[in-house]
Design a protein around this ligand. Structure first.
Ligand code: AHR
Length: 342
């Protein structure tokens, strides 16, 4: 199982030693560390300056407002830190991410960071990075691997907790209703950590009361167009639905369009709960078209820079760093919107 607890990485940088520099020193470093790479370079030549560090980042894509904000924040943070960032957009395809990671290995970057589009299927390429002495940092999404030595740290949200928060709001909102509550779930990308975990956390909470019935659940791939298309079809086949739970704001915004196109009032005739809290989602919440949003912060750039610096310097890093997040009601969205960065 991939679940990572808060344990420290016991393997930090021991394996990292890229074959570069003066042959004799490199040979000594290799002998001492038992492998090749960045940690060996540091031992031989002192800490690297930020300006000498090169990071390869393999992004999921540009599927949502959250992703756009995440990309901007990462690019801004590395620019501010004076660290070179090589950036690739996988267009939500795992094969593109694997190609990008292989290219970063060939280019011998100092650190590879990526947000895995899906959870499984990473062991081979991560092993290639490890064998090349290039440390890997996971941001935003987890991988499902037995081997936790394949990456240094995982920085991102607790998606199960997000699903639970959404479920708790639903349970409270319908506390006085004895009739069945019919729910449509708009899932994120099939196989992606946030889709799996947000469904799991939500199901765990609402599952305690059998009046909550998920009458349909289908992927909208985390996009607005996908959310609209799936909601349109599912609303037709489930005319009695009370609530839509969307795994992100964009799909919730697509659902709003579908509800309005069906001649109903979003937020009233059909309630909507989403995850993210990007500006468009918060605006819809402030207008009463969405009823509740669970925050998922895309602002991971500065923390990622810190992790990269520590990893390159051969310092210990936390194996799991969980992002702090909150939730928003309509009133809270009205208050928070003027200051919202993304
Ligand atoms: O992995 C984070 C999720 O990916 C966000 O909730 C979603 O909007 C994005 O596409």
């Amino acid at each position: 199982m991939r679940r990572v607890n808060g344990a420290r990485s016991g393997t930090t940088r021991k394996h990292a030693a890229r074959v570069a520099g003066i042959a004799a020193v490199a040979a000594l470093a290799v002998t001492l560390s038992g492998c090749a790479g960045g940690g060996g370079d540091q031992a031989a030549s002192g800490p690297k300056d930020a300006g000498d560090i090169v990071v390869g980042f393999a992004q999921v894509g540009a599927e949502s407002g959250w992703r756009t904000a995440n990309t901007k924040d990462i690019q801004r943070a590395f620019k501010d830190a004076g660290i070179e960032l090589k950036f690739s957009d996988a267009q939500q395809k795992q094969e593109n991410q694997i190609k990008a990671i292989r290219s970063y290995i060939t280019q011998q970057v100092d650190v590879i960071a990526f947000s895995p589009v899906v959870e499984t299927g990473w062991d081979a390429v991560l092993k290639e990075a490890k064998d090349a002495g290039i440390p890997v940092v996971l941001t935003d999404r987890a991988v499902d691997s037995e081997d936790e030595t394949l990456y240094e740290s995982f920085l991102g949200s607790d998606f199960i907790e997000e699903g639970k928060k959404a479920g708790q709001w639903v349970v409270e909102e319908y506390a006085d209703q004895t009739e069945p509550v019919e729910i449509i779930q708009l899932e994120g990308t099939t196989g992606a950590a946030p889709a799996i975990d947000r469904a799991e956390g939500f199901a765990e909470v609402i599952g305690a009361d059998e009046k909550f019935q998920v009458v349909a659940s289908q992927t909208g791939d985390f996009t607005r167009a996908g959310g609209k298309q799936v909601a349109e079809a599912l609303l037709k086949s489930n005319p009695g639905v009370d609530l839509i739970y969307a795994h992100n704001d964009d799909m919730g915004l697509g659902a709003i369009e579908a509800i309005e196109a069906a001649g109903m009032v979003p937020g009233q005739d059909i309630k909507i709960v989403t995850v993210d809290a990007v500006k468009d989602g918060m605006t819809a919440l402030a207008e009463g078209k969405i009823n509740f949003i669970v925050e998922c912060s895309p602002l991971l750039g500065d923390q990622l820079v810190d992790i990269v610096k520590k990893v390159v310097a051969g310092e210990d890093v936390e194996k799991r760093i969980i992002t702090e997040e909150t939730t928003f009601t309509q009133e809270q969205a009205v208050e928070a919107l003027p200051e919202r960065q993304y």
